[in-house]
Design a protein around this ligand. Structure first.
Ligand code: AMP
Ligand code: GLY
Length: 414
């Protein structure tokens, strides 16, 4: 089988890695891919949002299955265009991707189908939004309803902060003409629950936890994620069963009822509050960096799983290792703010870890840094402490004078 993977980060490297272990797969392409992915797949320079270019490529090469990484590709309609051309694709329609791209759509879905989440209202009028915030307890959570480059969520501890954020979003239109969702502040540990979903059929993956802040102790600015692990001790089997039935399955069947069934990954960003497990957000795709720690635990054939979901067949064989994993992100100094690129990287050979490339390029035959998040070593072991010792030994073996990493990944668990 010939497979095309769309995307260019560590998540896509992990997808390519899982597919390369499949006996069914003879050739993997990745568009556009990155320097590390190029070791396992043929990278083709087509942008992940160039849906016509991707479709023409897939038709021209006789691709049997396409697996989509980024939300931007899904929102651009890649799955709709591929299916209309008779191509098999693992990824939701643009309509179904609204579960991620529109906070208001997601909140309405949850309200209608009884999926637990923070109480909310949505507004386009500044005055009405401000009145509502005044009547609710602080802090207030304000979410711009639309694309905001990761800056669309403000947790306002004071009325002044809330007013300034609403002013920026609804009067100054800093991100555009979107509405704002105002929701109650929830507290508790956050975790990520990804499921393969095909219509009403929901197949769970191991739970994981991301580390969004840049520095140790969960301090510093928000990032795309500085590390992740599986094997969360604070989530019981009963919690997981509740999250599966009452959140993931209900959301999937709600999407069927709404006429936009899911076909790919549903990612629940969940929080264990004193009042039970609630949804913080849904994503319509594999998480990054969660995928890098979850897919290495897949013991069954990844192609079979993706292909079954893409074709609406039941997934017959889905086995996960009982091991756990930890992955540590090596990021460019300065990330998530300004950073420089092009620093040489060495020491990658012979490391006792899977090393996923998030943002590297090749220069004069060697790897150089080429993004904010650059590399992610991942180790799998029977216990988190064993995985942690190994992954930090691997991180220490990577030589580059412009990278930093957190030293406390999985601190909530170990
Ligand atoms: P989101 O983009 O919706 O994932 O929000 C980004 C981050 O803001 C989340 O990962 C949470 O840490 C935090 N957050 C979002 N909504 C809430 C909420 N209702 N209560 C507390 N924290 C929240
Ligand atoms: N790790 C969070 C995300 O993928 O959105």
């Amino acid at each position: 089988m010939k497979v095309l993977v769309i995307g260019s980060g560590g998540r896509e490297h992990a997808i390519v890695d899982a597919l390369s272990r499949s006996a069914k797969v003879s050739k993997i392409y990745c568009a556009p891919g990155n320097a590390g992915i190029a070791a396992h797949a043929e990278c083709v320079p087509i942008k992940d949002t160039d849906v016509e270019g991707l479709k023409d490529f897939a038709l021209g090469k006789g691709i049997d299955l396409t697996v989509v990484g980024p939300e931007a590709s899904l929102s651009a309609g890649v799955a709709d265009v591929f299916r209309a051309a008779g191509l098999r694709i693992f990824g939701h329609s643009a309509a179904a991707t609204r579960i991620e791209s529109s906070k208001e759509f997601a909140k309405q879905l949850m309200a209608k189908y009884g999926v637990p989440t923070a109480a909310y209202r949505s507004f386009s009028d500044f005055g009405e939004a401000l009145e509502y915030v005044k009547r609710r307890p602080l802090p207030a959570v304000l979410k711009y309803d639309g694309l905001a480059a990761g800056k669309g969520v403000v947790i306002a501890g004071t009325m002044e902060e809330a007013e300034a954020a609403l002013r920026s979003m609804l009067l100054d239109h800093s991100f555009g003409q979107g509405r704002v969702v105002v929701e109650d502040f929830l507290e508790g540990p956050e975790f990520s629950f990804m499921c393969f979903v095909s219509g009403d059929d929901v197949y769970p993956m191991p739970l994981s936890q991301d580390h969004k802040r840049a520095f140790d102790g969960d301090l510093g600015p928000n990032t795309g994620g500085m590390g992740a692990y599986t094997g969360l001790p604070f989530i019981t089997d009963a919690d997981r069963e509740f999250a599966y039935q009452e959140i993931m399955c209900k959301a999937a069947s709600g999407m069927v009822s709404e006429g936009c069934p899911l076909c790919g990954v549903l990612y629940g960003g969940l929080m264990k509050t004193a009042d039970g497990i609630k949804v913080i957000e849904f994503n319509a795709r594999f998480g990054d960096p969660e995928t890098e720690v979850v897919l290495p635990l897949l013991d069954s054939d990844a192609f079979e799983v993706f292909d079954a979901v893409a074709s609406g067949r039941p997934v017959e064989d889905l086995r996960w290792s009982g091991d756990v994993t930890i992955g540590v992100v090596l990021a460019s100094k300065g990330y998530p703010g300004h950073y420089e690129k092009g620093f040489p990287i060495s020491g990658l050979d012979g490391l006792d870890a899977r090393v996923y490339h998030m943002g590297t390029a090749l220069r004069d035959g060697g790897y150089v840094t080429n993004g904010g998040r650059v590399l992610m070593p991942v180790c799998r072991a029977a216990t988190l402490s064993a995985a942690r010792d190994r992954v930090y030994a691997a991180a220490a073996g990577i030589v580059c004078n412009n990278l930093y990493f957190r030293t406390d990944i999985a601190h909530q668990a170990i």
